[in-house]
Write a protein that binds this ligand. Structure first.
Ligand code: ZN
Length: 255
């Protein structure tokens, strides 16, 4: 499994980072986890061909996490000339919310033929769904978005990736990320409590119990970006590539 960070910023542009978007490729699977408003720009910046994306998984319905979908669809229709099917999976009400978003940003855009099959899937809480070869389990987290907000656990090619979404600390993250090969954790502040977001101090005390093999911090505010004393986790950077893990890597094959 190869993961590239296309965006690890918050909603406020802290540190000049792109909105949340991770590109994962594993075997025949190629998918995005979240597609924030700036994600198409990030795909161009880091050389990801939008036509290679088969699936987009959405954690929650905020603009810095799903606001890039109208641009992705418009590009697919008029510039990239996509023909392959695209599947988008996310929280309940995603089809209606995306319809409103597309019409608000580009009036009339939902009335024309895209030129490729678009399938929008609503994920159910605590249910594992097969989405284009990726096993996705959605865990409800504490982050109001007028729809359920999720942490997403994705299993593909015998690897498990958990993304916390945006949330304040809750024990559901232990279940969602337990033993994962990679846990991408929202870490908005260092120690300052902010409602519905996580701090490094709240995460750190649970990392041992979670037991993820690798922890990547994302969605950092300016004050978190300025901290130097982080032990036991890596900080995401836009463009960063993680191999989880090559066949000759530390976990060998078939694990
Ligand atoms: Zn966010």
């Amino acid at each position: 499994m190869r993961l590239q960070v296309l965006g690890c910023g918050d909603a406020f542009g802290s540190g000049g980072r792109f909105h949340t978007c991770f590109h994962v490729s594993a075997g025949s699977a190629s998918f995005l986890v979240d597609c924030g408003a700036s994600s198409l720009i990030a795909m161009r910046r880091f050389g990801v061909d939008p036509n290679t994306i088969r699936t987009v998984l959405i954690s929650h319905l905020h603009g810095d996490h799903f606001g890039g979908l109208p641009f992705l669809l418009l590009d697919a229709q008029f510039v990239s000339r996509r023909t392959a099917p695209l599947k988008i999976a996310g929280p309940p009400t995603l089809p209606a919310r995306l319809q409103v978003l597309r019409e608000t940003m580009f009036p009339g855009s939902t009335e024309t033929d895209l030129g490729f099959p678009l399938d929008i899937v609503e994920l159910e809480p605590q249910v594992t769904t097969q989405v284009n070869g990726v096993l996705v389990t959605a865990y409800p987290v504490r982050h109001p978005s007028r729809a359920p907000s999720f942490a997403l656990r994705c299993q593909v090619e015998h690897r498990a990736l958990c993304y916390s979404g945006d949330t304040e600390w809750g024990p559901v993250l232990i279940e969602a990320a337990r033993g994962a090969d990679l846990f991408i954790a929202e870490c908005y502040t260092f120690d300052r409590p902010v409602p519905f977001h996580s701090s490094w101090m709240s995460l750190r005390e649970h990392l041992q119990e979670i037991g993820a093999k690798r922890v990547l911090l994302t969605h950092m505010s300016t004050d978190m970006l300025e901290q130097v004393a982080i032990d036991g986790a890596e900080r995401a950077e836009d463009g960063m590539v993680l191999e989880i893990w090559p066949d000759t890597g530390r976990q060998g094959t078939g694990a």
